[in-house]
Design a protein around this ligand. Sequence first.
Ligand SMILES: Cc1cc2nc3c(=O)[nH]c(=O)nc-3n(C[C@H](O)[C@H](O)[C@H](O)COP(=O)(O)OP(=O)(O)OC[C@H]3O[C@@H](n4cnc5c(N)ncnc54)[C@H](O)[C@@H]3O)c2cc1C
Length: 393
Amino acid sequence: MPRAFPEPACAAADLARGLAPGFAERAQEHDASGSFPAEDFRELRGCGLLGLMVPEELGGLGASFADYAAVAGEMAAGSGSTALIFNMHASITGALAAAGHDLLADLGAADGFGAERDRLLAGAAAGSLYAVAMSERGAGSRLSHTRTSFARTADGYRITGAKAFVSGAGHADAYLVTAREDAGAEPAVSYFLVPHGPGVRVEPTWDSLGMRATGSHDVHFDVRVPASALLGGVEGVVLPLAQMMPQWLVASYAAVYAGVARAAVQAASTHLAERGLHELPAVRARVGRAEAAVAAAEAVVREAARRVSAEPGAPGTNRWVWRAKLVAGDTAAEVSSSLLEAAGAGAGRRGHPLERIFRDARCGALQPATSDVCADWLGVAVLDGDPDAEARW
Ligand SMILES: Cc1cc2nc3c(=O)[nH]c(=O)nc-3n(C[C@H](O)[C@H](O)[C@H](O)COP(=O)(O)OP(=O)(O)OC[C@H]3O[C@@H](n4cnc5c(N)ncnc54)[C@H](O)[C@@H]3O)c2cc1C
């Protein structure tokens, strides 16, 4: 299997690269049955990768965003679904790890939150898996339209509502839930970390075109949580954080879909060689174009990731973040479509790796920020406007 991100590699990316062939072997079965890739996560837990973004002093690997991108690309070259579930977990742990003292102070975080944050991060390093429960039917990813609500109780909060598209639903130890105050007039949306347990019900609804093994089912919440479940101990941080850390809502998916695009090249090449089609000039040209497009997407993702690690939140960095999501999502869809045509109808049969990868790749442009939203953001920036002045979420 070719390395998804040839450079810069890191030890964690080497670990992920070692696991990817096993992910690929099991991916067909999980895609067909829509089942959670439990063995993949057993292995990820076993080699400490659930602690990828957790600082070393809390037992994790202390990875940078650039390291994450390399790891996600390697994983996705084996299984897009596994990489996408992992992306959700990495987004939560990565954002928590990046929420240093200054940022917490800017957001008005409660005094005790640092300790709670460390407890959550240490939990991930010890093997806890976190899932993202933000999207809702009817609202999609428009976080400002969130209808899930919270009300204060004597010792914490009661959260009620229904979430959709929750990758890893039923297999996560806790969910990052977005909710707004029941009686609140303002669209101030807050983050809660809700443990899986009583009051959390998974409705198995996920039967989708691609990324079928993510098990992104609906999850219903009617749950009471202690006050410490409110992340940061401060309400209304969701929309400001979306603008301050676009890497976790926008660019982290890009690494996954660049890896899926790389997997398409690999699956097509294997098929073409087996069928003896690799000697046809038209076929070779499609492979050549695909390879160049994937390498270009990887380079954009790598540059965005490098800048996020070096200068997070800077205007120049953010522009690369939106570019990366657009380029990776579109490249995955275009390359897998072209290569399926080169490989022929035989590769379109259920059970053929390229057929699965083609469907997985189609999800890249659809996941928020969608390609259209990314393109609009970039267009406004190029035309000297302020792309963040408009409500994106
Ligand atoms: C494989 C997969 C896994 C997922 N996993 C998770 C998960 O773990 N947790 C989670 O919370 N969600 C998850 N999602 C859901 C995802 O984050 C989105 O919320 C969801 O895809 C939105 O779908 P929608 O049909 O409502 O479309 P929307 O995102 O609402 O898009 C519909 C249309 O509106 C356009 N549009 C959307 N927003 C804007 C805007 N701001 N400005 C202009 N146009 C806009 C889009 O371009 C598109 O044309 C997942 C989705 C997929 C496909």
